[in-house]
Design a binder for this molecule. Structure first.
Ligand code: X90
Length: 277
């Protein structure tokens, strides 16, 4: 049996009884733990965090939780967030070794997206389509890795407080977003780290900057996946701007789940695109 597994940074919700599983990361404060599964109330978590004065953080899935997700499957594709910022990929690799030991017939591949959010989703959607097309395990691995070379992630964040607090971003970059109304634009670097490209004031400039970055990346008429943290307005403005320049684009907008909401913070958007360059 084939199974597709991702971590909750993908913003994809597990479907009952399907062959798709989402393994949650956990967000925590000294007072509470937020498991990033389908039951998490993200609005409430963001409200809690907005008044919480102490330290907060996150934890990647344990080896056991990956093993639990593998159980019963013999052909397994795992899509994880960037190994440069999280232990998620490594923990999945350890689980793969253990599972292969007890299930010598099993075939497992773990994709390190070197990215976050919508770029994981793009890859996962592609893997589904490869399976529907009847590709073999080896073909899906090869084509999936190749596809990953053609997708990019861009973001616009109003606050980088949680990224900085957890040592996931340079403090200088984080400070740029401190001022009211300023957004930091950036991308996932080739190494899987956060790279900032500009800071701008107001939605208009965010959209213009984003459009320029996406155009420069060689986007033409592929898929765009936009996840937002309680900011459907900004996501919609970007959709309209993209459709004007790229009428063939296939765009989907959705809410970020817990992990991305914690790190991208209220107002943030993450944009995954299929590029040709
Ligand atoms: O605890 C853990 O292992 C999780 C740590 C995750 C840290 C980064 C999460 C990024 C989420 C924020 C903006 C996009 C940055 C993209 C850089 C690759 C999304």
């Amino acid at each position: 049996m084939t199974r597709f597994i991702t971590d909750s940074c993908s913003d994809m919700i597990q479907t009952e009884g399907g062959n798709f599983v989402s393994v949650p990361l956990v967000i925590s404060t000294d007072e509470k733990e937020y498991v990033d599964d389908e039951y998490l109330d993200i609005h409430e978590m963001l409200d809690d965090l907005s008044v919480y004065k102490g330290k907060s953080g996150t934890a990647c899935p344990s080896v056991e939780s990956w093993l639990h997700a593998f159980e019963g499957a013999d052909t397994i594709f795992v899509v994880t967030m960037t190994s440069a910022l999280s232990g998620t990929y490594n923990s999945a690799l350890v689980a793969k070794k253990i599972y292969e030991h007890s299930h010598p017939e099993a075939k497992i591949h773990v994709f390190d997206t070197l990215s976050a959010g919508p770029e994981l989703r793009l890859l996962m959607e592609k893997l589904f389509s490869f399976e529907r097309a009847g590709k073999t395990f080896e073909e899906i691995v090869r084509c999936g890795e190749k596809y990953l070379q053609t997708t990019r992630l861009f973001f616009a964040l109003k606050s980088l407080h949680n990224l900085a607090q957890n040592g996931r971003v340079n403090k200088v970059i984080a400070a740029a977003a401190g001022a009211l109304g300023i957004s930091v634009l950036g991308t996932a670097s080739a190494e899987g780290t956060l790279e900032s490209s500009a800071k701008c004031r107001g939605d208009k400039k965010v959209i213009a900057g984003m459009l320029e970055e996406i155009t420069k990346a060689g986007f033409q008429n592929g898929k765009v996946r936009i996840s937002h943290v309680e900011n459907p307005e900004l996501a919609e403005k970007l959709r309209i701007a993209l459709m004007e320049r790229f009428p063939e684009a296939e765009i989907l907008i959705y809410k970020a789940r817990g992990l991305c909401s914690y790190y991208a913070e209220r107002g943030g958007i993450l944009v995954g695109v299929e590029c040709s360059l």
